[in-house]
Design a protein. Structure first.
Length: 114
């Protein structure tokens, strides 16, 4: 007797590969919402660490105007482009990508047209 297999994957954040699979979910899906909450949670944890001891936070304070959508896109892109890191702990790799994008990279100067 054949057993039907579900194509639905449970959200997981144990490894960077798990974060990538969960966060690639279709916009508005349960997994996409869980991913949003996960990324917000790790950033809030970092904010709390900064509040308790300013030198213990891993990432910088987000620049003004940065949206959660940008942060999610950066984390997913960073993980996706580094398959050699997919087996590492998901929170660490996601935070490293966010730090790389918003805290260490030079901030581009955008000139707005009239």
């Amino acid at each position: 007797m054949a057993v039907a297999q579900s194509t639905h994957t449970e959200p997981s954040f144990a490894t960077a590969g798990d974060v990538l699979r969960t966060c690639r979910a279709e916009s508005g899906s349960v997994n996409a919402l869980i991913c949003n909450g996960y990324i917000r949670g790790i950033l809030r944890r970092d904010d709390l660490a900064r509040w308790m001891n300013p030198t213990s936070a891993y990432v910088c304070e987000m620049p003004e105007g940065v949206t959660i959508g940008q942060i999610l896109a950066v984390a997913v892109k960073y993980i996706d482009e580094r398959p050699e890191n997919w087996h590492f702990e998901g929170t660490s790799v996601a935070l490293h990508g966010i730090k790389y994008a918003f805290c260490t990279a030079p901030s581009p100067q955008v000139e707005l047209g009239d």
